[in-house]
Design a protein around this ligand. Structure first.
Ligand SMILES: [Zn+2]
Length: 404
């Protein structure tokens, strides 16, 4: 055994940058930022009169711990299968999603207008990319560059053609390039946010959910077709008062967060103070949280790096699956989401092995709203039908025996 035990507290931050401060866990960090006292700092804030859109700082959101945690887990592990925020208006769903801008990690992204990727060549050969990228690839030049993960918002009036892509008027000779990239392709390796997801038309929502599940999708327009990567974290929000979400759609979201208004009067007052501070001078409020936001972003990036190493012991996984079965949940997505979010949580905590407490922390978000009344009734009907069939067959068999 080696005596060298490199402390996880030491960061190899590039020169000039201060190393990230470490909180014991993501939850600590969220609690710390939530509890930050604005009262004194606010006295120095004048009215800056800035009209530019600056997102509200994520860490300044009061309460809503589960929503904040779910969004952070989504940034750490895109395989959690999307996040659905369900709640009435004015509970900060959209504000929370937009405020993620401060925390978004880095990812490698295509530098080409057509979104060509080296993976395209690996799977589809050199013809799978545009002539410019084929040339670059042959010369050993990179087709991607590190870039910040982005937040892509789907406009409510988007047409199917905008979502999946359509014929490009500036079409080149190259077949693949005749199709303009749609929002789904642009969302590759990004976050895709859909507000009021329950108001989208079925064909659009199906296209989005299929692409989200496969990580890839194909568009056909007459004789032309093109395949795009669409590996994004889907975040949807909805107000249940404005129409329900089909159960099949609900099932396809990994984490489900029920967002309620703040119940505690002190929290409401603090939320009011922060919103007021933000409206008066957004930059001052953002500066107030800048240190913690920097720390949180660095922690998220580290957790992303650690994630591939994080494992879930088999014995624990079996116990968890037993629990899912006891709850009468059929969808396999339940355990995928549950295990992947527990892995993300362990990674955020700086550990390589998932523990029982990781599983229990994320269980409610991964498992709630999964039991389907319809499916239960369906199976009951099915079972009584089969019982009837079996007894009829038995009777038939019995009468045959009598005759012979
Ligand atoms: Zn290209």
């Amino acid at each position: 055994m080696s005596d060298i035990n490199p402390s996880p507290e030491i960061d190899s931050a590039p020169e000039g940058e201060k190393p990230a401060r470490h909180f014991r866990s993501l939850k600590d960090l969220l609690d710390f930022a939530s509890g930050k006292d604005l009262a004194k700092s606010m006295e120095q804030m004048g009215d800056a009169g800035i009209a530019e859109p600056l997102p509200f700082p994520f860490l300044a959101l009061v309460g809503q711990g589960e929503m904040k945690l779910a969004l952070m887990l989504g940034l750490i592990n895109p395989n959690i299968g999307g996040i659905l925020l369900v709640g009435p208006r004015g509970t900060g769903k959209t504000t929370a999603v937009r405020s993620l801008l401060d925390l978004l990690p880095q990812a490698d992204r295509s530098t080409c207008y057509y979104g060509c990727l080296p993976e395209d060549i690996e799977t589809g050969g050199i013809d799978a990319v545009c002539p410019d990228c084929a040339k670059k690839y042959a010369e050993g030049q990179p087709l991607t560059a590190p870039d910040r993960v982005r937040l892509v918002e789907l406009p409510l009036n988007a047409r199917l053609e905008d979502v999946v892509g359509g014929i490009d008027e500036r079409a080149a000779v190259h077949e693949r390039m005749r199709i303009r990239r749609g929002i789904l392709a642009q969302a590759d390796k990004n976050l895709l946010y859909i507000d009021e997801i329950n108001l989208l038309s079925d064909d659009i929502i199906d296209a989005i959910l299929d692409a989200a599940a496969q990580g890839i999708y194909t568009v056909r327009r007459g004789p032309v077709s093109a395949t795009y990567r669409a590996r994004f974290v889907l975040i949807g929000s909805m107000n249940p008062e404005e129409g329900n979400l089909r159960p099949q759609i609900l099932d396809r979201f990994g984490l489900r967060i029920v967002v309620r208004g703040l119940e505690n009067a002190n929290e409401r007052l603090e939320a009011y103070r922060r919103v007021k501070a933000y409206l008066t001078n957004p930059r001052a409020l953002i500066n107030l949280y800048a240190d913690e936001i920097g720390d949180a972003a660095a922690e998220l990036q580290e957790a992303r790096k650690r994630l591939p190493k994080v494992t879930l012991p088999d014995a624990l996984a079996r116990q968890a699956i037993e629990l899912i079965q006891k709850m009468g949940i059929d969808s396999l997505r339940a355990e995928i989401t549950w295990f992947e979010s527990a892995r993300a949580y362990a990674a955020a905590d700086g550990r390589d092995t998932v523990s029982v407490s990781d599983l229990s922390t994320v269980a409610p978000m991964a498992l709630r709203l999964r039991r389907s009344v319809f499916i239960n009734e369906y199976f009951e009907r099915q079972k009584s039908e089969e019982d009837e069939l079996i007894s009829l067959l038995a009777a038939l068999d019995g009468s045959k025996k009598q005759k012979s």
